[in-house]
Design a protein around this ligand. Structure first.
Ligand SMILES: *[C@@H]1O[C@H](CO)[C@@H](O)[C@H](O)[C@H]1NC(C)=O
Ligand SMILES: *[C@@H]1O[C@H](CO)[C@@H](O)[C@H](O)[C@H]1NC(C)=O
Length: 346
C-alpha cells in the first residue's frame, strides 16, 4: 500500500524543466525554520575546490560558498524544509573581498556564479549538482545527483541518519548515490574499500556498495561526447571531430557540457514543443552520461529512478571526488530502500 503511494510520488516528480532542474514540485511550508540540518561538504579531490550552495526555498546556510582545500570538510546548516542544490567550482581565483580578480568576470573555470564566492545565482554549466528537497510531500525527503547541465567533478551524496533509528536502518548502499565520470581519481577495478574493516561512503562490508564493475577507465575517460568537452584537445584533421575518438588523449580534467547547455535547442532542453515527459526523450549526451553515472539525472525528463526518497530527518554529506563507487540497478534499489515495510503492510 505505502509502496504504491510512494511509487505514485515518484511518477509525479515529472514537473520540471531544464532551467529549474527537476526539483520543481510544490514544497509544503513550515512555520519554524531552525537551521539544524547538517550538510557536510567534503573535498576528496587532489586540488582545492570551492563548494557552492543555492537556496530555492527554506532557510539556507549563512554563507553560500566557501573554499575547501584537498582533504578538508565543513558543515553547513540548513532548515529542515530547505530546498536547494550544492555543487563545486574549480580553478577559482578570488580577491580579498570574495570577488573575481579585477572586480568583474568569472572567478572559476567551472560552476562560476557571477564571479562571487558566495553564490546568489546558479552556477554556470558544466557542474555536477547535488539537489535536495528536504521537506517534500508526505514527510519525505528527495535528493538526487543531476548532470542535466553537464558534469565537472565526481560527486557522492551520503545520507546521515542523525540519530533517527528508521534512517539508521536504511543507511548504506541504498541511500548513497555517486557519480564518477573522471578518470583522475578512479580506483582500480579490484579496489576493495572495505579492507581492514574500513567504512566507505557510509557503507561497510556487511552492506557493501554494489560497485559498478562494468565500466572501465576508458569508459570513464571517454564518455563525454567529443563536441561537448569544454576543452576538447586539438585533434589532428583540422577541426573535424575525430570519430570515434581517433585515440586522441583527453585532458585528465575534462568537464563536459550537456547538449542542452551547449546548444540550447528545445529538443535537448525539453522546452517548447518538447516540454513534457512524453515529448522529450533522451539524447546523445544523456545516454553517454547515464552510461557512466546510472545514479544521476541526465536530462530534464529522465526516468524517475534517479530520485532518492527517504523519510524526513536526515542530514547529508556531499563528497567531491569520492573515488570509484557506482551503484547500478536503481529501480531495485529504490524498491528496497522505500518499500522495506511494504510486505508487512500490503
Ligand atoms: C571531515 O574531517 C574530519 C576531520 O579531519 C574527518 O575525520 C572526517 O572523516 C571528514 N569527513 C569527510 C566526509 O570527509
Ligand atoms: C582545474 O581544476 C581541476 C580540478 O580541480 C584540476 O584537475 C586542474 O588541474 C585545474 N587546472 C588548472 C589549469 O589549474
Amino acid at each position: 500500500m505505502e509502496c504504491r503511494v510512494l511509487l505514485l510520488i515518484l511518477t509525479s516528480l515529472v514537473l520540471r524543466s531544464s532551467g529549474e532542474h527537476h526539483m520543481k514540485q510544490q514544497v509544503e511550508r513550515r512555520q519554524s525554520s531552525n537551521k539544524d540540518t547538517p550538510i557536510v561538504v567534503a573535498n576528496w579531490c587532489a586540488d582545492d575546490v570551492y563548494p557552492a550552495m543555492l537556496t530555492q526555498s527554506g532557510g539556507g546556510p549563512t554563507e553560500h560558498g566557501l573554499r575547501l582545500q584537498s582533504g578538508e570538510n565543513q558543515t553547513i546548516y540548513v532548515s529542515d524544509d530547505w530546498q536547494g542544490r550544492v555543487w563545486a567550482r574549480t580553478n577559482c581565483s578570488f580577491d580579498d573581498s570574495g570577488q573575481a580578480q579585477g572586480g568583474s568576470g568569472s572567478a572559476c573555470s567551472t560552476g562560476d556564479c557571477g564571479g562571487a564566492l558566495g553564490c546568489q545565482i546558479a552556477g554556470a554549466p558544466p557542474a555536477t549538482l547535488a539537489e535536495f528537497t528536504l521537506h517534500g510531500g508526505m514527510d519525505q525527503t528527495y535528493y538526487d545527483i543531476s548532470l542535466v547541465d553537464g558534469y565537472n567533478l565526481p560527486l557522492a551524496i551520503v545520507m546521515l541518519a542523525n540519530g533517527n533509528s528508521e534512517l539508521e536502518q536504511m543507511q548504506g548502499s541504498k541511500t548513497n548515490p555517486s557519480c564518477v565520470g573522471s578518470v583522475g581519481d578512479l580506483a582500480p577495478q579490484n579496489f576493495d574499500p572495505y579492507k581492514n574493516g574500513q567504512q566507505f561512503l557510509g557503507t561497510s562490508s556487511n552492506n557493501p556498495m554494489p560497485f559498478e564493475t562494468k565500466t572501465t577507465s576508458d569508459d570513464v575517460e571517454q564518455w563525454c561526447p567529443w563536441d561537448l568537452q569544454v576543452d576538447a584537445p586539438t585533434a589532428p584533421g583540422n577541426g573535424i571531430y575525430p570519430y570515434p575518438d581517433g585515440n586522441v588523449q583527453r585532458p585528465v580534467f575534462d568537464p563536459c557540457l550537456s547538449a542542452c547547455a551547449k546548444y540550447s535547442e528545445d529538443q535537448y532542453c525539453c522546452t517548447g514543443k518538447y516540454d513534457g515527459p512524453s515529448q522529450c526523450s533522451t539524447n546523445y549526451y544523456a545516454k553517454a552520461a547515464k552510461s557512466v553515472c546510472p545514479d544521476a539525472y541526465s536530462y530534464a525528463y529522465d526516468d524517475q529512478d534517479s530520485t532518492f526518497i527517504i523519510p524526513e530527518g536526515a542530514g547529508f554529506q556531499v563528497i567531491f571526488c569520492p573515488g570509484r563507487a557506482g551503484v547500478d540497478s536503481l529501480p531495485d534499489l529504490l524498491q528496497a530502500a522505500h518499500c522495506q515495510s511494504c510486505d508487512s503492510e500490503s
